[in-house]
Design a protein around this ligand. Structure first.
Ligand SMILES: Nc1ncnc2c1ncn2[C@@H]1O[C@H](COP(=O)(O)OP(=O)(O)OP(=O)(O)O)[C@@H](O)[C@H]1O
Ligand SMILES: [Mg+2]
Length: 433
């Protein structure tokens, strides 16, 4: 503890110093006999307590006190004013400017020591407080950096989970695309055969025209050629072909449209630059898009029923909600499959709106969720699937998206042995015009 005693009377300085030494106060003592001296000590040494005479030539105690309190480094050290009976007015001012205590002059050893001890205690508390504050600051900084790392990790995990999901879906999507590609190419093949036949017929018609052009031609000849043409028309099924061409082309266009949609859904799902892309969307479109991706996973084992009412648009992030629906649908498919039952599983997807919300319910007739784990399913990394099969992030990410990013609700209701219902409830916001 470094104590600075400031007084322009040498005798007072020595007397005060002796009292401290005699009473074995554990401290280093510095003596200054003017205000200027005192300020020099304060700028060059770490001072913990100042005992400050009020009346001094040049810079008096009050001025020194003001300077101490202005200086950030010293503005909270205890400053005890040395005062004689005649200084009462100045003492009052000192307190107004932040003095901590006072000691009467002439010095009374008992009073002097007890005041000094009190100041030392106060200084120690304060130093302890500062240390604690600094530790808290450090810990806070550490927490902030850990939090940042956690966010980065979460982002990485979300991306990783997406990739896993995309991997799982890729095979299904390939299969799903295969079907329309199959009939588009078979239609194209048929169309090319049709075109050959049409060409053959057109050549014959041309020959007939040429023949009609020749004036000396026998009418018998014309008759023969016309008969030949009728024969060919029958043989090549030209009437049927002409009728069929239109529907073949329509079918092919539909197939191509389907492929485009599937590829688009997959692309939307994989994109992460759409993180902040909030806009007005129809939840039914997002449900359809997710269904396109899930359908093949469910094929032959699960019937999917849709019960979708017309919905008002909602302000939302399409990619994120697509991910939520996909996670929930995928869980339903996986839950039904995990039972390994012979009979067909059923997933019903309903959408409807209430006064303030649009709602999507995904109901499965899977195994249901046991009561003792239902409170945990939204926790990050909670999974009942085998190691490597599930990350346990699907529902926690979905919860974050619905509840925190869309101010909605994600609810679950489940009956063991009967199945589960997941409900996504999203607020309808007024479209500001
Ligand atoms: N429809 C459901 N039926 C039965 N259990 C379910 C259903 N949906 C979720 N669960 C339970 O909740 C757990 C957590 O689901 P969540 O989607 O968060 O992770 P996961 O499916 O295990 O793994 P991931 O989604 O990362 O592949 C699942 O392991 C499962 O036990
Ligand atoms: Mg899941």
């Amino acid at each position: 503890m470094n104590i600075l005693i400031v007084d322009d009377t040498r005798l007072n300085l020595e007397y005060a110093k002796n009292i401290l030494i005699e009473n074995k106060i554990p401290c280093h003592i510095f003596l200054a006999n003017s205000g200027i001296d005192a300020l020099q000590f304060l700028s060059s040494k770490r001072i913990d307590i100042v005992i400050l005479d009020i009346v001094m030539p040049e810079i008096d105690g009050l001025e020194v006190l003001k300077k101490i309190r202005k200086d950030k480094k010293h503005n909270n050290i205890p400053v005890i004013m040395f005062t004689s009976l005649t200084d009462k007015q100045a003492l009052k001012k000192s307190f107004e400017h932040g003095a901590t205590d006072f000691i009467n002059k002439p010095i009374e050893p008992i009073e002097f020591i007890s005041r000094i001890k009190a100041a030392i205690r106060m200084r120690k508390y304060e130093m302890h407080l500062n240390e604690t504050l600094n530790t808290i600051k450090d810990q806070n900084e550490e927490l902030l950096s850990l939090n940042k790392k956690l966010q980065e990790t979460q982002f990485y995990l979300v991306q990783k989970e997406k990739l896993v999901a995309i991997g799982q879906l890729a095979a299904g999507v390939a299969h799903e695309i295969n079907n329309p590609i199959g009939y588009v190419s078979s239609n194209t093949e048929t169309l090319s055969k049709y075109i050959d036949k049409i060409k053959t017929a057109i050549y014959k018609y041309r020959e007939l025209l040429d023949c009609l052009n020749e004036t000396d031609i026998q009418s018998k000849e014309i008759e023969n050629r016309v008969a030949e043409l009728y024969e060919l028309k029958k043989k090549l099924h030209l009437d049927f072909i002409l009728e069929d061409i239109g529907s073949l082309i329509d079918d092919s266009f539909q197939g191509l449209e389907k492929i485009t949609k599937i590829v688009q859904s997959l692309r939307n799902f994989a994109r992460h630059d759409l993180e902040n892309d909030f806009n007005q969307y129809d939840l039914n479109d997002i449900v359809e898009e997710s269904l396109l991706l899930i359908r093949n996973e469910a094929k032959y084992i699960i019937d999917i029923y849709k019960n979708m009412e017309e919905l008002p648009l909602i302000f939302c992030n399409r990619t994120q909600l697509g991910q939520v629906l996909l996670n929930i649908m995928m869980n339903a498919v996986q839950a039904i499959k995990s039972q390994g039952k012979e009979d067909q599983g059923v997933i019903t997807i309903s959408t409807f709106s209430t006064k303030n919300h649009v709602v999507c319910e995904i109901i499965d007739n899977g195994p249901g969720i046991p009561k003792n784990i239902i409170d945990k399913i939204f926790n990050p990394f909670f999974t009942t699937k085998e190691v490597g099969a599930g990350t346990g992030l699907g529902l926690s990410i979905s919860y974050d998206i619905v509840v925190h990013k869309h101010s909605g609700e994600l609810l679950v209701n489940s009956e063991l042995g009967q199945g589960s219902t997941f409900t996504v409830k999203l607020p309808i916001q007024k479209i500001s015009s």
